[in-house]
Ligand binder design. Structure first.
Ligand code: NAD
Ligand code: 6OD
Length: 492
C-alpha cells in the first residue's frame, strides 16, 4: 500500500508504510450528514499495534535520535507547508468523516493543524533551559542545569469532534521534542490521521516516528495501545469516563498521562454587557461544530434585567442557523457525529421536558432534504426553566444545546458557574473590565474568557481541572509533558 486511502480503505501506517488489511479486519466509515457508507477502515489488531509500538521504539534509537532541534523544527515547518499545499484534500476528508460545514473545516480544523505545526516549531525552537549557580555554606559552588530528553514512545488517543486539530495539537509538540508517536484516531474519523502520514513522510520524517493505528477503544486498537508495555506516556483527549479508564490502565506501569476531558462550561452575562456582541459570541460558543467542542457553553447565567432579551436573542440566532449540505458555503451547522450520539442528545431533550423546562427553540429532529434524511441531524436548542440540579444543567450533553438561568448578584453568578464537577472553560460577558478580570479569575476552570470565546494563543496553557482533566498542554506546558528533564550538577 502506498497511499492513505488506496482501494477506498483508510489504512494503518506502521514503520513508514501503509499496512495491508485482511478482509476480516475492515469496519465501516459512515458519513454523518447522509448516513451513507463513506468508505471502509482497516482495524488494527493487537499484533499490528504491537508492530507499531516496536517501530516507534526502534525509531527512537535510529537516525531520528541524532536530529537536532533545528532539524526537527524545520521538519514541522515543512509539514505545515505540505498541509497548506494539500489543504482541500484535508478539508474534504474532514468533512466526509464528520459532516461538519466546509467553512468550519477550512477556517478551524485544517487552518489550526497548520498553525499547530508552526507554533510548536517556534515554541520548541526558542525554548531555553533554567540553570542555577549554587552557593553552599561551606564555600563550594556548583552549576545546576537541566537538559530535556524526549519522553519516548508517546501514545496519542484522540476523539472525533476536531480530529486533525486535536491530533496535531499533540503530534506537533511530541515530534518537536524528539519523541516517536503511535496515534489512535477516533473510529468515527480516521481519515485525516492517515493523510497526515503521507504528509509527514513527504516532509522527510524517518520511518517509524509517526504511526497510526485505527480501531475502537475497549477490546480494539485503543486498548491494545494504552495497555502496551512499550509506551512511555499517554496523551488522551476524550470523554471523562474513558479518560478515567485509561488512567487505571496505565497506573500499574506508572506512566505520565495528559488528559483533556469533558466540560460543562458556563457563560456569565452581566446586564452591562454589549448585548449584540454577547449574543453573537454565545451563538458561537453554544452552536459551533453543532455544540461538539469540549469548550462549548451549555450553561448560560444571565443577570435578571436582561434575561428575556438574552433568551429572545439566542432563540433568534438559533433560528438563523442553516443546517444543510456540508459542502455548501452557506451551511453553518452540520449533523451530530452519529445516530448513537444523537440518541444520547435526544435523551437530554426528554430529561429537560420531564424537568419542566420550556424549550424556547429547537427540541427535536429537523426534517431535511431527502439526500440528507439518513444523517444525524438535530435542532439547535435553548431551554429556560431548568433548575441548577437538573441533569441537562449538570451532565455534558455535547450537542447544540444550552439552559439559561437568571441571577441577581455577581457572587451568585460565580457560585452557580462553579457548581459543577467539571472545570474546563468559562466565559464572562460585561462592559466592566475590572469585573471581567475579577469574575474570570474566580472561575474554577482551566480557561476563562472575557467578552470572547475559543480565542486561542497556542503558547498559553490549555486544559482543565476536576472531571475535565489532568495537566496542561500548549506552549511550555507541552514542552514539560513531552520531555523528561535530567539535571546535571557540576561542582565548580
Ligand atoms: P471517547 O472517550 O469515547 O473516545 C476518545 C478516544 O478514546 C477515541 O479514539 C476512542 O476510540 C478511544 N477509546 C475509547 N475507549 C478506550 C479504551 N478503553 N482504551 C483506549 N482508548 C479508548 O470520546 P469521544 O466520544 O470520541 O469524544 C467526545 C468527548 O471528548 C467529549 O466528552 C468531549 O468533551 C471530549 N473532548 C475533550 C477535549 C478537551 O480538550 N478537554 C477536546 C475534545 C473533546
Ligand atoms: O484549541 C485547542 O488547542 C484545543 N485543544 C481545543 C479543544 C477543543 C475541544 O473540543
Amino acid at each position: 500500500m502506498t497511499t492513505a486511502f488506496a482501494d477506498g480503505i483508510v489504512h494503518n501506517f506502521v514503520g513508514g508504510e501503509f499496512a495491508e488489511p485482511d478482509s476480516r479486519s475492515l469496519f465501516d466509515n459512515i458519513n454523518p450528514a447522509t448516513g451513507d457508507l463513506a468508505g471502509r477502515v482497516h482495524e488494527a489488531g493487537a499484533a499490528l499495534v504491537d508492530r507499531a509500538v516496536r517501530s516507534a521504539r526502534d525509531a527512537l534509537a535510529g537516525p531520528w535520535s541524532s536530529w537536532t532541534v533545528n532539524d526537527r523544527t524545520a521538519l514541522l515547518r515543512r509539514a505545515a507547508d505540505r498541509i497548506q499545499e494539500r489543504f482541500e484534500e484535508f478539508v474534504a476528508a474532514e468533512v466526509r468523516d464528520t459532516g461538519k460545514p466546509v467553512t468550519h473545516a477550512r477556517d478551524v480544523d485544517v487552518a489550526r493543524a497548520i498553525a499547530n505545526f508552526r507554533a510548536f516549531a517556534d515554541v520548541v525552537g526558542a525554548a531555553g533551559q533554567a540553570s542555577f549557580l549554587t552557593e553552599l555554606p561551606d564555600g563550594r559552588r556548583a552549576l545546576n542545569y537541566a537538559i530535556r530528553k524526549p519522553l519516548g514512545v508517546v501514545a496519542v488517543v484522540v476523539p472525533w469532534n476536531l480530529p486533525l486539530l486535536l491530533l496535531t495539537w499533540k503530534v506537533a509538540p511530541a515530534l518537536a521534542c524528539g519523541n516517536t508517536v503511535v496515534v489512535k484516531p477516533s473510529e468515527e474519523t480516521p481519515s485525516t490521521a492517515a493523510l497526515l502520514a503521507e504528509v509527514l513522510r513527504e516532509a522527510g520524517l524517518p520511518a517509524g516516528v509517526y504511526n497510526v493505528v485505527h480501531g475502537f477503544g475497549g477490546g480494539s486498537a485503543g486498548e491494545s495501545l494504552t495497555t502496551h508495555p512499550g509506551i512511555d506516556g499517554v496523551t488522551f483527549t476524550g470523554s471523562t469516563a474513558t479518560g478515567s479508564h485509561v488512567m487505571r490502565t496505565v497506573a500499574g506501569r506508572v506512566r505520565p498521562v495528559s488528559f483533556e476531558l469533558g466540560g460543562k462550561n458556563a457563560a456569565v452575562v452581566f446586564a452591562d454587557a454589549d448585548l449584540d456582541a454577547t449574543l453573537d459570541g454565545l451563538r458561537r460558543s453554544i452552536f459551533s461544530n453543532t455544540g461538539q467542542v469540549c469548550l462549548c457553553t451549555e450553561r448560560v447565567y444571565v443577570q435578571r434585567p436582561i434575561f428575556d432579551d438574552v433568551v429572545d436573542g439566542l432563540a433568534a440566532r438559533a433560528r438563523e442557523l442553516t443546517l444543510g449540505d456540508p459542502l455548501s458555503e452557506t451551511t453553518t451547522t452540520g449533523p451530530l457525529i452519529s445516530r448513537a450520539h444523537r440518541d444520547k442528545v435526544l435523551t437530554y431533550f426528554s430529561l429537560a421536558r420531564e424537568a419542566g423546562a420550556t424549550t424556547v427553540v429547537g427540541g427535536g429532529v429537523p426534517s431535511m432534504a431527502p439526500a440528507l434524511d439518513g444523517g444525524s441531524w438535530i435542532e439547535p436548542t435553548i431551554w429556560v426553566g431548568l433548575g441548577q440540579q437538573d441533569r441537562p444543567m449538570r451532565d455534558e450533553v455535547f450537542g447544540p444545546v444550552a439552559g439559561v438561568i437568571p441571577f441577581d448578584s455577581e457572587e451568585e453568578a460565580i457560585a452557580l458557574a462553579n457548581d459543577t464537577e467539571y472545570g474546563l472553560a468559562s466565559s464572562v460577558w460585561t462592559s466592566d473590565l475590572t469585573r471581567g478580570h475579577r469574575v474570570a479569575q474566580a472561575m474554577r476552570v482551566g480557561m476563562s474568557w472575557v467578552n470572547t470565546w475559543f480565542l486561542r494563543d497556542l503558547r498559553s496553557p490549555f486544559g482543565g481541572m476536576g472531571l475535565s482533566g489532568i495537566g496542561r498542554e500548549g506552549g511550555e506546558a507541552s514542552l514539560h509533558f513531552y520531555t523528561e528533564p535530567t539535571n546535571v550538577c557540576v561542582q565548580l
